[in-house]
Ligand binder design. Structure first.
Ligand code: UDH
Ligand code: NGS
Length: 259
């Protein structure tokens, strides 16, 4: 019989928490888009990521348990209208079935961080906006209450705002609705400084099936009245499949269609 399973890795004996300020961070990163690397190559560069996309530091105990949730449409499940906020609600619900996360990172698929001092860690008291300086907005905020792209929120904060709205179909407004929910539930948004919250977007035009949501301004004017009824407590979807790949877990769902 093979007993190596019981032999601890002598390289990876942990006795202490990881330092708050990691010594392996470098700050600014140069991101160049050329030919995208294959998943195989990314896998080889990340040998300690385990099946399903899990990672923990090998030589110290990580201080936080963070889940990164990416809403995306692969078009394997219908061609219906996109609904970013509802997909994020589903991602959060499914993630919370797996572990007791300290922090949920809600991340658009097309944004790459340009500074690793922008820690993927939550603030105890405020939902945090991490993508404060995107290249497409000339490394500035487009407007003061902008809350799109990448954010960090604890499960408690998420439940306090009743999650995100399920009712925004197509492009626009859902991120503003979330910012309003944060304020209405008595919190404020914290933010990574512009010098650190830099992101490079993979340039693209608007996707088919993610057309401008013409109802968004009307919906936004009603958030104050609707947020307690539209969110995690009214989330309905059907699970189609769950697939664990070497680098991530992919969940395919049917979110239905706009009314
Ligand atoms: N997404 C998909 N599939 C889609 C649409 C959106 O996966 O068909 C996801 C993806 O994670 C994306 C995120 O939702 O990063 C946000 O959507 P987006 O990148 O299309 O939205 P954004 O506002 O860009 O960043 C819109 C295109 C530019 C329109 C110009 C209007 N000024
Ligand atoms: C605002 C949208 C947001 C959107 C932001 C940036 O106008 O949802 O533009 O859009 N709000 C409304 O439409 C009410 S972007 O330039 O990334 O396409 O996130």
């Amino acid at each position: 019989t093979n007993l190596s399973f019981f032999t601890p890795d002598p390289e990876a004996v942990k006795t202490q928490y990881c330092p708050v300020k990691s010594p392996i961070l470098v700050g600014p990163l140069t991101i160049v888009y050329s030919k995208p690397p294959s998943l195989k190559k990314i896998q080889m560069k990340n040998p300690y990521v385990t099946h399903g996309g899990y990672f923990s530091p090998r030589h110290c105990f990580g201080r936080y348990r963070t889940a990164v949730i990416i809403p995306h449409r692969n078009r394997e499940a219908g061609n219906g209208t996109f609904n970013r906020a509802k997909l994020l609600n589903i991602g959060v619900r499914e993630a919370l079935r797996l572990d007791n996360w300290d922090c949920l990172i809600l991340h658009d698929v097309d944004l790459v961080p340009e500074n690793d001092y922008n820690l993927y860690v939550c603030d105890e008291y405020s939902p945090k906006h991490l993508a404060s300086a995107m290249d497409k907005f000339h490394y500035n905020l487009p407007y003061w209450t902008y809350f799109g792209g990448v954010s960090a929120i604890t499960p408690d904060q998420y439940m306090r705002i009743n999650g995100f709205p399920n009712s925004y179909w197509g492009w626009g407004g859902e991120d503003d609705d979330i910012a309003i929910r944060v304020r209405l539930s008595g919190m404020s948004i914290s933010r990574t400084p512009l010098s650190v919250g830099r992101y490079k977007m993979v340039m693209h035009s608007r996707d088919i099936g993610n057309e401008e949501n013409l109802k968004r301004h009307n919906l936004l004017s009603n958030t104050r009245r609707t947020w307690r009824e539209d969110g995690m407590n009214s989330l309905v979807f059907s699970m189609l499949s769950r697939e664990e790949t070497p680098l991530y877990t992919n969940i395919t769902v049917d979110i239905g269609n706009p009314p």
